[in-house]
Design a protein. Sequence first.
Length: 96
Amino acid sequence: MQILATLPDLLSTLPLAVPDPGSGEAPPGSDGLVTILRWVFYIASAMCVLGVLIAGGMMAVSIQRGSGGEHVSRLGWALGGCIVIGAASALVGALL
């Protein structure tokens, strides 16, 4: 029971142990890395748009009964990828 009493205290001090990286300025010489990250983001975004278009096209031409759930699943995965890619910097920033 003593462990449960100290758990809130532990959780309240845990965020203080995370280091602060500073003002958020990029270090000198990191221009190449930023360029690569922008290209990766652009390509991943284009792949998400392509995935949504393909899933929508498959829904449009599907004539078999009962295959709608499969296409909705594909569309859901494509949209989920869009959400993860769009929120990537916020997700990583929250973890750092």
